[in-house]
Design a protein around this ligand. Structure first.
Ligand SMILES: Cc1cc2nc3c(=O)[nH]c(=O)nc-3n(C[C@H](O)[C@H](O)[C@H](O)COP(=O)(O)OP(=O)(O)OC[C@H]3O[C@@H](n4cnc5c(N)ncnc54)[C@H](O)[C@@H]3O)c2cc1C
Ligand SMILES: *[C@@H]1O[C@H](CO)[C@@H](O)[C@H](O)[C@H]1NC(C)=O
Ligand SMILES: *[C@@H]1O[C@H](CO)[C@@H](O)[C@H](O)[C@H]1NC(C)=O
Ligand SMILES: *[C@@H]1O[C@H](CO)[C@@H](O)[C@H](O)[C@H]1NC(C)=O
Ligand SMILES: *[C@@H]1O[C@H](CO)[C@@H](O)[C@H](O)[C@H]1NC(C)=O
Ligand SMILES: *[C@@H]1O[C@H](CO)[C@@H](O)[C@H](O)[C@H]1NC(C)=O
Length: 543
């Protein structure tokens, strides 16, 4: 189990000064709910995945002045598939707190030439938006009811699990339905725009976002970049759980990271770069890792490879999800022990076929053509709040609001289903038709709620959160006005349980049924908290 927090150099968002501001206090008379000291009109939503799109749509509906920013050139979040791949991950992981470059005087515009500062236009573009870690054949490991947005139902004859391309069109359809797609309304959306910095201004009580947009201008063969600032009363941080690829600490990995293949590609790279299997024809490939990306990429390339090896670290207690991945490795994948050391290479332009890989059991592996690091992702310090040891922002109310300043709010990992309630809650709390439940309730509910920011989601915990939202929002609406919300449909819960029984529990874990699975105490899972139902969240837990 490793806890590593890093920042993608230019994606790291620094926050300054918010913690000095006691903006919100427990209401002195009733000693029960928070009062905002300033009205909220203008809201920034950062991230246009399932979570951010739902938040933006709800806030627009409730007449807030909304701006939606995403570094990607369109909506979709994690599901924005592209043939483009991310720029090379850093060997080793980058340190945290690396601030991005921001010019002194803003706004500032610059036109980059090809090769300026030794960086190609293509690389600048990819570094800016960070193509997603999706491969062409990727299908969900969840039933469709888990990844469905309101108003754009999947066709009834959809298969159980959906291809990533199907999900992508679904999310885009939702964006279009809500006028949040590219060019739908330039007053609201700003794509290819990265939030570089967030600052709370004491005098005006507003948040200042430093933004940076990239535009490709093919006619003149340049990329135009502009930095500017905008101010907001509140922010929804919907930046998702995957921030940067995690590279494991293995002796010699930096040396090996410089090795290129005959075709010019790298010999060792993170699974975020993987797209298609055909290129692996007759290759000997070593996959490092044991979680979802590892087993699924192994299955994808297995029909092509000459030889497929997979290096897996031993784990005491496997969560049902990790166990499922173990059992999904293809039959022709040979499991080898953890890597101890990569011996220095003589040459770096000639692949790694002659390199020696020392395993922890003392054996030496050689003759490997390529190494794929399916070693997971790390979250960076975004938007100020420190992360706790297990990667959650500190002091988050179960509704997602940041304490002590609930004008900053975070979306959760169940961004599709619970995201629908959470978005409505953001709108109601900031328009004043709902009060945040008292802080002491946050403590009471925290044990269940905190996992939403981390990845864990047994349906029991999901249910308890659904219930919390329904009871709270409806109570507030009865008192302060607003529509009533309904619980998550019972038939969805049934589909979910059925899918879990078939796909997760019986088929792979040896447990008899879903009830039994839910009764496995977390303390018996590998890291005490693991098991992302959302699957690959924090894959480093299981590599
Ligand atoms: C390989 C893989 C497979 C998965 N499979 C499943 C599955 O089968 N089922 C399932 O339910 N979930 C799955 N997930 C989880 C997936 O994260 C969720 O389904 C969902 O996309 C989370 O939605 P989100 O809106 O919270 O975040 P995301 O979809 O990650 O969206 C976050 C957005 O924020 C943007 N952003 C981040 N930082 C900034 C910044 N500084 N400025 C501007 N924009 C920024 C990003 O560009 C991104 O578009 C998978 C994830 C991965 C990586
Ligand atoms: C965008 O804002 C401008 C300036 O305030 C306004 O004139 C225009 O009508 C707005 N466009 C839309 C689609 O709301
Ligand atoms: C170490 O592991 C490799 C790969 O599984 C195996 O072939 C070899 O026999 C093992 N060596 C020892 C000394 O156990
Ligand atoms: C983050 O942690 C550091 C060191 O523990 C502390 O000084 C700082 O105030 C914290 N920041 C926030 C926003 O909580
Ligand atoms: C409903 O709201 C009122 C007023 O804030 C509060 O006293 C009551 O406890 C709430 N009921 C529930 C079930 O949350
Ligand atoms: C599930 O397994 C538990 C044992 O852990 C058993 O008590 C229960 O009856 C089973 N439920 C079903 C629906 O089979």
């Amino acid at each position: 189990m490793v806890f590593i927090q890093t920042a993608v150099a230019l994606a790291a968002v620094a926050l300054v000064g918010a913690q000095q501001l006691p903006l919100v206090e427990e209401h002195p008379q009733h000693n029960r709910h928070f009062e905002f000291s300033h009205p909220v009109h203008r809201v920034a939503v950062v991230g246009a995945g399932p979570a951010g799109l739902q938040a933006a749509a709800k806030l627009v509906e409730h007449n807030f002045e909304v701006r939606l920013f995403d570094r990607a050139p369109g909506p979709g979040g994690n599901w924005f598939y592209s043939e483009e791949t991310p720029v090379r991950e850093s060997y080793p992981d980058k340190p945290i707190n690396e601030d991005p470059y921001i010019p002194h005087r803003l706004p500032f515009t610059h036109f980059y030439k090809e090769g300026e500062d030794g960086i190609s236009l293509d690389e600048r573009w990819r570094e800016h938006w960070q193509p997603r870690p999706l491969w062409d054949s990727l299908h969900t490991n969840s039933p469709a009811v888990i990844t469905e947005l309101p108003g754009v139902p999947y066709a009834p004859d959809q298969p159980w699990v959906l291809s990533n391309h199907k999900i992508q069109s679904h999310v885009r359809a939702y964006a279009s339905l809500n006028n949040l797609n590219i060019n739908d309304n330039a007053n609201v959306t700003s794509y290819a725009t990265r939030v570089e910095k967030v600052l709370k201004l004491t005098e005006s009580n507003t948040w200042r976002l430093t933004l940076r947009k990239l535009e490709r201008i093919p006619e003149i063969g340049r990329i135009k970049t502009t930095w500017w600032t905008e101010e907001f009363d509140a922010i929804v941080s919907a930046t998702g759980p995957y921030v940067s690829a995690h590279v494991p600490t293995i002796e010699g990995i930096q040396d090996w990271s410089r090795a290129t293949r005959e075709d010019g590609g790298w010999s060792i790279y993170h699974s975020q770069n993987y797209r298609r299997p055909q290129r692996y024809q007759d290759k000997t490939v070593l996959i490092v890792g044991a979680s979802v990306s590892a087993s699924e990429i192994a299955r994808d390339i297995a029909p092509y490879t000459k030889k497929l090896l997979t290096s897996i670290r031993p784990h005491k207690n496997l969560s049902p999800f990790a166990l499922r991945s173990r059992l999904r490795f293809p039959e022709n994948a040979e499991v080898v022990p953890e890597i101890k050391r990569l011996e220095p290479l003589q040459l770096h332009h000639n692949g790694i076929q002659n390199g020696n890989i020392e395993l922890v059991n003392g054996s030496i592996l050689t003759g490997i053509d390529e190494i794929i690091l399916a070693t997971g992702y790390v979250r960076s310090k975004t938007f100020g709040p420190n992360l706790t040891a297990d990667g959650q922002p500190e002091n988050i109310h179960w509704t997602g609001h940041w304490i002590p300043d609930p004008t900053l709010a975070f979306t959760n990992v169940r961004s599709w289903t619970i995201g629908a309630y959470q978005s409505y809650a953001f709108a109601k709390v900031w328009e004043g038709t709902a009060h945040l439940p008292p802080q002491r309730e946050m403590q009471r509910d925290w044990d269940d709620a905190k996992y939403q920011f981390r990845g864990l989601f047994s349906s029991r915990q999901a249910e308890s959160l659904f219930r919390q939202y329904v009871v709270w929002l409806n109570n507030e609406s009865l008192i302060n006005g607003g529509r009533l919300v309904e619980p998550w449909p019972l038939q969805n819960r049934e589909i979910f349980a059925y899918y879990s029984d078939v796909e997760w529990i019986r088929g792979y874990t040896g447990l008899r049924n879903f009830t039994e699975f839910e009764n496995v105490p977390q303390s018996e899972w590998p890291s005490g908290h693991a098991a992302a139902w959302d699957a690959i969240v924090f894959e480093e837990d299981g590599w």
